[in-house]
Design a protein around this ligand. Structure first.
Ligand code: GUN
Ligand code: ZN
Length: 433
């Protein structure tokens, strides 16, 4: 057994501050110690309390002057949209046709998928994202490449090949039968291997036939720890289309529910235009929302109502939704989330922000018992933040008088430049050059 310790200022959230209050949710140790054993957290607290308990000769990594926080969790991102991020001028449905589907068609080629998977995961690490729920393309080669690259890096990643058998170009179309078969093959090969998990991934209701949706629901029910990952209620044109396709459904959520896809393992990206009743049924069934503000603003989709989701008790995590999202950085994503909340008439406080980007995201992905905070026994995925990453950031942070002010400034001014080291299961996997 190898024990090592990380020294520095440490901050984490052990619960939702909006539910239990900031006092109970947040823990800050200005002179802290994070004690690790075999890639897991053994203890986290004040150095004065923990240092005397360390076995003699324990190796201490000194990150004094930096802030140590849990790794960020991205609850919705598309790895094959790497090369068309920042594509001009369209809203969702035209953006898919004009930019997204042609780009995704390239992932039939395993060599292309492998090269992109490596770049993508390195970019996550560079931005401090240690876990993510990831869309592949329709091609099983894409998910296969991503799983392999994530396994090599030891990351806790959940992913799936997209199911899409109608209303999309042929180059990115499967069939109900082939989609089901490929998903099962990938589950057999990767689900539960190392820290990997599989998500059944119907792209969105308009792109999946009833047969495909039925098979997706069956697969989800069959294997108890799979996730389900899809899009819902993002764009008003999309919602009108769903109404046309499913005239008998009560609303958009009802379409997924009818096929057994509304569960406590289901993650729905966006949910901008949900009604109260949909929020209520989301909460009742334990489903989660991925809140993707940079994407929602970029595509002109609308403003998500975080307070409403919170009032209904729906699980929420942050999503970058690259490549409709415009940044891999969860800090930049929190920046936009704050502004969207402002426009909705409420204040997103920094404790809640960092909760959403860490433990809240972990809980949305049903991995809150494994990652997202520094509670003893959890996997040691964490970040060392450079509080002097830019001259302006250094200057502004020197004026901060509390940890909540520091966190807020980090979420406004911070981005990939702030990420000094990213540790995966106790091992440093990225260091800023
Ligand atoms: N809805 C269906 N597919 C997509 C996608 O790739 N991105 C976003 N933002 N919404 C979608
Ligand atoms: Zn998306």
């Amino acid at each position: 057994m190898t024990v090592k310790a990380i020294k520095g200022a440490i901050f984490h959230l052990v619960d939702d501050p909006a539910v239990v209050g900031t006092e109970a949710a947040a823990a800050y140790f200005p002179d802290g110690l994070l004690v690790l054993e075999n890639g897991h957290v053994l203890a986290c607290g004040a150095r004065a309390d923990l240092e005397p308990t360390l076995p003699k000769g324990t190796y201490i990594v000194d990150h004094s002057g930096s802030l140590i926080i849990p790794g960020f969790i991205d609850t919705h991102i598309h790895f094959p949209q790497l090369d068309m991020i920042a594509s001009f001028g369209e809203q969702l449905l035209d953006w898919l046709e004009r930019y997204t589907f042609p780009e995704e068609a390239k992932f039939k080629d395993p060599a292309h998928a492998e090269e992109c998977a490596d770049f993508f995961l390195d970019e996550l690490l560079r931005n401090g994202t240690t876990s993510a729920l990831v869309y592949g393309t329709v091609h099983k080669e894409s998910a296969d490449a991503l799983f392999k690259a994530a396994f090599d890096r030891g990351m806790r990643i959940v992913a799936g090949k997209a199911l899409m058998d109608r209303n999309v170009p042929e180059a990115v179309r499967d069939t109900a039968e082939s989609g089901d078969r490929d998903s099962r093959e990938l589950i057999e090969k990767w689900h539960g291997k190392g820290r990997l998990g599989y998500a059944v991934t119907p792209r969105f209701a308009p792109a999946c036939s009833d047969d495909q949706m039925t098979r997706a629901g069956k697969l989800l029910a069959e294997i108890p720890d799979l996730l389900m990952h899809t899009h819902m209620s993002e764009n008003t044109g999309e919602i009108d289309w769903v109404k046309e396709l499913y005239p008998d459904a009560k609303d958009y959520l009802d379409v997924y529910a009818k096929f057994g896809l509304l569960t406590d393992r289901s993650v729905f990206a966006h949910c901008i235009h949900l009604g109260d009743d949909e929020f209520q049924r989301m909460a009742k069934n334990g489903a989660a929302i991925s809140y993707c503000p940079t994407s929602n603003l970029f595509l002109g989709s609308g403003l998500f109502d975080l307070k409403k989701a919170e009032a209904h008790g729906v699980k929420v995590g942050m999503g970058t939704d690259v490549g409709a999202g415009t940044s891999f950085s969860l800090l930049q994503t929190l920046n936009e989330a704050y502004k969207v909340c402002h426009l909705k008439g409420h204040k997103l406080d920094p404790y809640k922000s960092f909760y959403l980007a860490t433990l809240g995201g972990a809980r949305a992905l049903n991995m809150g018992d494994k990652v997202g905070s520094f509670e003893a026994g959890k996997e040691a995925d964490f970040l060392v933040l450079d509080l002097a990453a830019t001259p302006l950031l250094k200057r502004r942070l020197e004026n901060c008088t509390s940890i909540d002010e520091t966190l807020f400034v980090l979420s406004m001014l911070g981005d990939d430049r702030v990420i000094c080291h990213t540790y995966i299961a106790g091992a440093c996997r990225y260091s800023k050059p």
